[in-house]
Design a protein around this ligand. Structure first.
Ligand code: NAD
Length: 458
């Protein structure tokens, strides 16, 4: 077998799985190339996490400024310039993209522009970009080609102004009325952004609750908070069709409790999940074991072809940037003959609504379904000084622990800084800490995090 490969690793796709894998590979002194046909940073940086949170940051500040009389601030004529916001978003993305480019350069990773196609277990050929025509030989290949927004298979889904998150994130004006199909993570984040910016928002979700993967109490509370802000939420509702009206507006027809309903709006966001992306990935004669479009991998990230690994959305697991990076790091470690350094089985989930939502480990329902005897500790953030003084919304922290050993099994939070604070619980679960272990350290006062002490001490 040929052993003098040009590279130790060729990575296809420069999202949070791909570029982190390339960096990690370089750290382990492996000669590395990274092939990307769009921009560095993938979905997360260019069409996902970062642009969404940039818009959300402005939207929240705007909503806060409009309602800051009670804080002793009088503001007149506050307005939001969507075009200026788009320019700022582009600046943020550009700054972070150049950060990745600098990191690749510093790590001596060769970045190639074009579509990478695997032509044999040790060869990737590049087409369609600046580096078109190059064929790279590699000891290992990592597939990190991600996912794209799924389209809804209903009549009218391809009409203008029926958009996915990709298009909505780049829109230079606000739809005054927005219908969101899908009450999952993307749907809820956009409902938060658009309602804070003053749009009239309607959500249509086919399951019986929004954020169905999260703790029930979180779904109920978020629904209540959004309703209070004027967001209409329809659950157990199926979209049947969409039509364009003579005045340019859109009518979305749906069935709720067996009744035909309609809602009119200026734009419709389709947020019904993401499709795994492998277009153009495999050359003629190349085959990998796949299931429902996802590349199947072992715990160490290996596909059915031992020299080919995959990480991130393309593997069909949880579609989160930090999960993708974790799996990528473990895959590279395996290529280098090392043990996986990251607990990729323990992935916190975060929703950047206002208030923020975060969850790790088991929920109360999941623990009970597993037949575990659990102890629940819950603390309302209305009793937390920092929450009250900063005028935050209602919220809570909930901890699920084993009732015998008091070992932490999971935590769910809905409050300011939840997405930062959840890491305390991730560490606690990874380190098999008990409620008492978590309660034995001093957290500063006044902070949001001291509510963790109150929760675990009960
Ligand atoms: P999702 O799976 O979270 O939610 C899609 C929702 O659409 C589901 O609740 C589903 O029941 C509903 N749905 C599907 N078909 C429907 C129909 N015909 N009518 C009405 N409702 C319908 O998917 P998403 O929100 O599109 O997000 C995609 C992926 O990206 C998810 O895995 C998500 O975790 C990830 N993501 C994560 C973050 C974050 O971590 N903050 C942010 C954005 C996206």
């Amino acid at each position: 077998m040929k052993e003098n490969y040009e590279y130790d690793l060729v990575v296809i796709g420069a999202g949070p799985a791909g570029y982190i894998a390339a960096e990690e590979s370089a750290k382990l002194s492996m000669k590395t190339a990274l092939v990307e046909n769009r921009q560095l940073g993938g979905t997360c940086l260019n069409r996902g996490c970062i642009p969404t949170k940039t818009l959300l940051h402005t939207a929240e500040l705007y909503a806060e400024m409009k309602a800051c009389e009670h804080l002793g601030i009088h503001v007149e004529d506050v307005s939001c310039d969507m075009s200026a916001l788009q320019n700022r978003k582009e600046e943020v993305l550009e700054q972070l993209r150049s950060g990745i480019a600098a990191l690749m350069k510093k790590s001596r990773v060769d970045v190639l522009q074009g579509t990478g196609t695997i032509t044999s277990p040790h060869e990737v050929c590049v087409t369609g970009g600046k580096d078109s025509g190059r064929c790279l030989s590699a000891k290992s290949i990592l597939i990190a080609t991600g996912s794209v927004p799924a389209r809804l298979p209903v009549p009218g889904a391809d009409l203008p102004d029926v958009v996915t998150s990709d298009e909505l994130l780049s829109k230079k004006s606000l739809y005054p009325r927005l219908t969101i199909i899908g009450g999952g993570v993307i749907g809820m984040e956009f409902a938060s952004i658009y309602s804070a910016l003053g749009a009239q928002v309607t959500v249509i979700e086919s399951l019986d609750r929004i954020l169905a993967g999260m703790d029930k109490e979180i779904s109920q509370n978020l629904k209540m908070i959004l309703k209070k802000r004027g967001v209409q939420i329809h659950t157990g509702a199926r979209v049947e069709s969409i039509r364009k009206n003579a005045d340019g507006s859109l009518t979305c027809c749906f069935t709720e409790k067996e009744k035909q309903e309609t809602v009119e709006s200026d734009g419709i966001l389709c947020a019904v999940g993401r499709r795994i992306f492998t277009d153009g990935l495999l050359g003629e004669g190349m085959e990998l074991s796949m299931e429902r479009g996802a590349v199947l991998v072992s715990r160490t990230g290996q596909t059915s072809v031992p020299s080919i690994y995959a990480a991130g959305d393309v593997t069909g697991g949880v579609q989160l940037a930090h999960a993708a990076s974790a799996c990528a790091i473990n895959a590279v470690a395996h290529m280098a003959g090392q043990q996986p350094p990251v607990r990729a089985d323990l992935i916190p989930g975060c929703v950047y609504t206002s208030p923020e939502i975060a969850s790790v480990g088991l929920t109360q329902d999941e623990a009970r379904k597993q037949g575990r005897d659990v102890l629940i500790r819950k603390y309302p953030m209305s009793a937390n000084g920092k929450t009250v003084l900063s005028g935050q919304e209602r919220g809570f922290i909930k901890v699920v622990a084993d009732s015998g050993s008091h070992k932490i099994l999971g935590a769910q939070m809905m409050c300011a800084r939840a997405t930062d604070m959840i890491s305390e619980f991730t560490t606690a679960i990874a380190e098999e800490m008990t409620l008492e272990d978590m309660g034995s350290v001093v957290r500063p006062h006044p902070t949001f995090s001291e509510a963790i002490t109150e929760t675990v001490r009960g």
